[in-house]
Design a protein around this ligand. Structure first.
Ligand code: NDP
Length: 236
């Protein structure tokens, strides 16, 4: 399998990451997912890794390279929330979210960059959120980690853009997953009223944008933030 057809998705055992992995499998890519628990979709290789732990990621990455070959496409998707208002937010709440969402992307992309540089080809796709640029009360840790991914992709574009490597951000709005199912029903209804599309999206609607960013058609797109949010974040 050539480098431009081998994909690694972090957090691919459920939610958006799983839908992204399934879509790549359906499009004929060789796909691996990292998971702390459970398995990725049918047809994908599952490797164990915690994105807050560089050693475990390194081991998992080496296993993917050994079984599937050099990885050309990395999707940093694993993420968590620990929502609370600033005055109640502990350092631990802040550190854990930033270390998973932003640090996790740093660790996996750093590991991936070596192979991409060698191949002079790579696609880095970071899963951010509409709240990274829009802001969200109760999510200072989460929104900071998600806007951090924008600076990350743009700096990476400036560092490696001349070597055939692109780095882009996908910023979903509200997607039907465990993360949004955890919101109280009246909060979900409030959100739906504020989304021009009037609904949440399916994870597959995010996945289609990610596979497109990995394709040849997106070769000249880098440092971009692509919203998949039904119009919620317009202008942000
Ligand atoms: P889920 O809560 O459904 O899944 C999160 C995934 O991340 C799981 O696979 C989980 O693994 C993994 N994960 C969390 N922490 C770690 C860790 N330390 N190491 C390895 N894997 C980890 O979330 P979603 O699918 O909803 O979200 C996926 C991404 O999309 C996240 O980055 C999220 O911030 C972003 N997003 C989601 C939106 C939504 O509406 N759902 C909106 C905007 C952005 P495990 O099963 O082991 O916990």
């Amino acid at each position: 399998m050539s480098t431009d057809r081998v994909v690694l998705v972090t957090g691919g055992n459920r939610g958006i990451g799983r839908a992204i992995a399934a879509r790549f499998v359906a499009e004929g890519y060789a796909v691996a997912v990292t998971a702390r628990s459970g398995e990725g979709p049918e047809g994908a290789l599952t490797v164990r890794a915690d994105v807050t732990d560089a050693e475990s990621l390194d081991r998992a990455y080496a296993e993917v390279e050994e079984k599937l070959g050099p990885v050309g496409i990395v999707v940093a998707n694993a993420g968590i929330t620990k929502d609370t208002l600033l005055l109640r937010m502990t350092e631990d709440d802040f550190d854990q979210v930033v270390s998973t969402n932003l640090g996790g992307a740093f660790r996996v992309v750093k590991r991936a960059a070596k192979g991409m540089l060698k191949a002079r080809w790579g696609r880095v796709i970071l899963i951010s959120s509409v709240v990274g640029l829009y802001g969200s009360a109760g999510q200072i840790n989460y929104s900071s980690s998600k806007s951090g991914l924008v600076g990350f992709a743009r700096s990476l574009t400036r560092e490696l853009g001349g070597r055939g490597i692109t780095a882009n951000v996908v910023a979903p709005g509200f997607i039907e997953t465990d993360m949004t199912a955890a919101l109280p029903e009246d909060t979900q209804a409030d959100y739906k009223r504020s989304i021009p599309a009037g609904r949440f999206a399916t994870a597959d609607e995010v996945a289609g944008v990610v596979t497109w960013l990995a394709s040849d058609d997106a070769a000249y797109i880098s440092g971009a933030v692509i919203p998949v949010d039904g119009g919620l974040g317009m202008g942000h």
